[in-house]
Design a protein around this ligand. Structure first.
Ligand code: RP5
Length: 207
């Protein structure tokens, strides 16, 4: 087993079900990672030390996920020049809006690459970390390309299944003017003239 190149931090063990999505993506790409709990508010010394020592330990990217007043990603980013990916977690009564703003709204000078809220954000954090590593690792770059092709194939298969289920052609016929607006019925006079070649007699009152 080689040394971890991605560090996954989370503010609490209650964040684990979300942050596991990032770990799952890294596993899929064959990227070594380490994972620990460190809170910007409850264990600030640990967060500072983690940020200060990460690059010396061979870490290339840090993923930090936290909920509520989520300062974790920003605080760890303040201690390192490694890229930090933030995952706001929807664990609060505000459904993560607080964590999103706290993570994304970094003042100029110390960026945090903030992902979407919750599990999707954690999944994307794993992919994004792989993309950063891929800039100097051709094997990971190729795995990312394969993943895109597989994703495309999956969507196409779903589209085909949907077409079969709903019995509607995948690409519907273009609507023509003739199909949309039925032709006007010809008047009695025009029908008579076409049939006989003469002008029809005027219709008088019925006796
Ligand atoms: C944050 O507070 C953590 O990231 C977690 O999302 C939230 C709640 O933590 P617990 O009270 O569940 O430990 O720091």
């Amino acid at each position: 087993m080689s040394k971890p190149v991605v560090g996954i931090l989370m503010g609490s063990d209650s964040d684990l079900p979300v942050m596991q999505e990032a770990a799952a993506m890294l596993q899929e790409f064959g990227i070594e990672y380490e994972m620990t709990i460190a809170s910007a508010h409850r264990t600030p010394k640990k967060v500072l030390e983690y940020g200060q020592t990460a690059d010396k330990r061979g870490i290339k990217v840090i993923i930090a996920g936290a909920g509520w007043a989520a300062h974790l990603a920003g605080v760890v980013a303040s201690q390192t020049t490694l890229p930090v990916i933030g995952v706001p977690i929807d664990s609060s009564p505000l459904k993560g809006l607080d964590a999103l703003l706290a993570t994304v709204q970094m003042p100029g000078g110390v960026p945090v690459a903030t992902m979407a809220l919750g599990k999707v954000g954690a999944k994307n954090a794993g992919i994004f970390a792989a993309q950063i590593i891929a800039s100097s690792d051709v094997k990971i770059a190729n795995r990312l390309k394969v993943q895109r092709v597989e994703m495309e194939r999956e969507v196409e298969e779903k589209a085909k299944r949907l077409a079969v289920m709903s019995a509607v052609p995948a690409v519907s016929e273009p609507i023509t003017v003739e199909a949309a607006v039925p032709a006007k019925k010809k008047s009695r006079r025009r029908r008579w003239k076409k049939k006989t070649g003469s002008t029809p007699p005027a219709q008088g009152p019925v006796a």
